[in-house]
Design a protein around this ligand. Structure first.
Ligand SMILES: [Zn+2]
Length: 164
């Protein structure tokens, strides 16, 4: 796929974007500039126009991510988030992505603690009933492998071993 990196300058402030089709993207920018849902964005908040639209790069890209990486590089080169009209990063590395996902998971667990505890309890109950973690010597079922391993080291179990 062919991808483009473009720059829009308004009042000496730059916006960096990427697209596959330049005319379509120009049209969508114009539509968005008239749409109240986008009016909070720096790009559209004052005097939006395409008088200074410039193509910076044309590249044969492997996929969209490939294009986003190039876009992100230009956003950083032109510093358009802090000193321009871009409002977010185009590309987060996979590593950052993973960190964000882990954060979200942690948040979910805290927010849904009761639900998570409940499912842990259910699994433990099922384990015990099914005898998945059981000691054949003591003839006893445990809630988890951790409990079973702890049991193997317990006096109760070791004494039983001596008897046999
Ligand atoms: Zn035992």
């Amino acid at each position: 796929m062919i991808g483009y990196i473009y720059k829009i300058s308004i009042n000496n402030l730059n916006y960096i974007g990427s697209c596959r089709n330049i005319n379509n993207r120009k049209e969508s920018h114009i539509e968005r500039s008239k749409d109240k849902n986008y009016s909070h964005l720096k790009l559209y908040s004052s005097n939006f126009n395409l008088n200074n639209f410039e193509i910076l790069e044309k590249k044969d890209c492997i996929d969209d991510n490939d294009l986003f990486i190039l876009e992100q590089k230009n956003i950083e080169d032109y510093d358009t988030i802090n000193n321009g009209l871009n409002h977010k990063r185009a590309y987060l590395s996979k590593e950052n992505d993973l960190i964000e996902r882990r954060k979200a998971q942690k948040k979910y667990k805290i927010k849904n603690k009761d639900k998570c505890d409940e499912s842990v309890r259910k699994i433990a109950k099922k384990n015990k009933e099914s005898g998945r973690f059981s000691c054949n010597i003591c003839n006893y079922n445990f809630y988890s492998n951790r409990d079973l391993q702890r049991h193997f080291k317990s006096k109760r179990h070791l004494n039983k071993l001596k008897i046999f």
